[in-house]
Ligand binder design. Structure first.
Ligand code: ADP
Length: 270
C-alpha cells in the first residue's frame, strides 16, 4: 500500500553508456489483482448453478417413470439454466467494463429514450408482481455516452427496485439536471437496505440476502455493472435507503452541452 512498483531494465549501449528504463508497474499490478479476485469469485459463482443442474439431471434419471416428478425437475433445471445464462451474460458485461475504454459507441444520447427503453423491459416483471411503474420520460435532456450501456444501467436499477418491492407499491424514475449533471433517480418503496450494507452492495457478487436474490434471479453483479457504467461516463451512482421504507439509487452523468427545451432559462438568458 502506497508503494510504487518499478520494473527496471538496463541495456549496454556502447562502452561507457548504459540505458536505464524504469516502468511504473503499480497500476498493472492492481489490475492483475482485480482479475485474480474476479476469476476466483466467478468460478465459485458458476459452480452453484452448474452443480444444481447436474444434480437435477441425475435425480430426473432416477425418477424417469414418474411423469410428474420429471416435469417438476425439468422446471427446476430450466430455472437454473436461465440463472446460469444471466450470470454468464453479466460476467461478460462486467469484464468488458473492467477494461478501461469499454464505451463502444459514443454519441449524443437522449436520456428520455434510455429511460423509456429500460422501463419497457422492466414493465413485464413489474406487471407480473403488481408493482406500479411510474416513469415520466419527457425531459429533452441529453448526455454523451453509450446508449446500450446506459439502458443496461437504468434497467439494472429498475429490475432491483421491482425485485425488492412488494406488490401494490410504486417504483418511479425521476430525472433532473443541475450543475452540469443529469441525475436519474430510481425510487422504490421496497424492503430497503441498512446503513451497514449500503457501502457493500456495489461490490461484485455481494447480496444482502443471497436466498432472496437467488429467488428473484439476481446475480449479485447488477450494481457493480451500474457503478462501472457510471464511472466510464465520468459520473457516479449513489444510494439513499432506509429499511422498511425503500431505496433511491441516483445515477449522475455529465450533461451534454446542447440546448434542451426542459432546461429552465436563468435570468442572464432572458
Ligand atoms: P442482485 O442481482 O442480487 O440484485 P445487485 O448487484 O443488483 O445484485 O444488488 C446487490 C444486492 O443489493 C442485492 O442482492 C440486494 O440485497 C441489494 N439491493 C439492490 N437493490 C436493492 C433495492 N432497490 N432494494 C433493496 N435491496 C436492494
Amino acid at each position: 500500500r502506497g508503494r510504487v512498483m518499478l520494473q527496471v531494465r538496463v541495456a549496454n549501449i556502447d562502452a561507457g553508456h548504459v540505458l536505464v528504463l524504469a516502468e511504473d508497474r503499480t497500476e498493472a499490478r492492481r489490475i492483475e489483482a482485480i482479475r485474480r479476485d474476479f476469476t476466483v469469485n466467478v468460478s465459485h459463482e458458476l459452480k452453484t448453478p452448474v452443480g444444481a443442474i447436474a444434480l437435477l439431471a441425475e435425480t430426473m434419471q432416477d425418477a424417469a417413470d414418474d411423469p410428474d416428478a420429471v416435469r417438476h425437475f425439468a422446471g427446476r433445471m430450466q430455472k437454473e439454466s436461465m440463472r446460469l445464462g444471466a450470470l454468464v451474460h453479466e460476467i461478460i458485461e462486467l469484464s468488458r467494463l473492467q477494461v478501461a475504454g469499454a464505451l463502444q459507441e459514443v454519441g449524443l444520447i437522449s436520456v428520455d429514450d434510455v429511460i423509456r427503453e429500460a422501463a419497457d423491459r422492466a414493465r413485464v416483471v413489474a406487471q407480473a408482481k403488481e408493482v406500479v411503474l411510474a416513469v415520466a420520460a419527457d425531459t429533452g435532456l441529453s448526455v454523451y455516452g453509450d446508449h446500450a450501456l446506459l439502458v443496461t444501467a437504468v434497467r439494472n436499477l429498475l429490475d432491483n427496485a421491482v425485485a425488492y418491492s412488494d406488490g401494490g407499491t410504486r417504483v418511479g424514475v425521476g430525472v433532473s439536471a443541475e450543475d452540469g449533471l443529469v441525475s436519474i433517480a430510481v425510487v422504490d418503496q421496497g424492503i430497503g437496505i441498512s446503513a451497514a450494507e449500503q457501502s457493500r452492495v456495489f461490490e461484485r457478487f455481494y447480496r444482502v440476502d443471497p436466498a432472496r436474490s437467488r429467488d428473484t434471479g439476481g446475480t449479485g453483479l447488477g450494481l457493480s455493472i451500474v457503478k462501472h457504467v457510471a464511472a466510464d461516463h465520468g459520473g457516479d451512482v449513489s444510494i439513499w435507503s432506509e429499511p422498511g421504507r425503500g431505496s433511491t439509487f441516483t445515477l449522475r452523468i455529465p450533461a451534454a452541452h446542447v440546448p434542451a427545451p426542459a432546461e429552465t432559462p436563468t435570468p442572464s438568458d432572458a
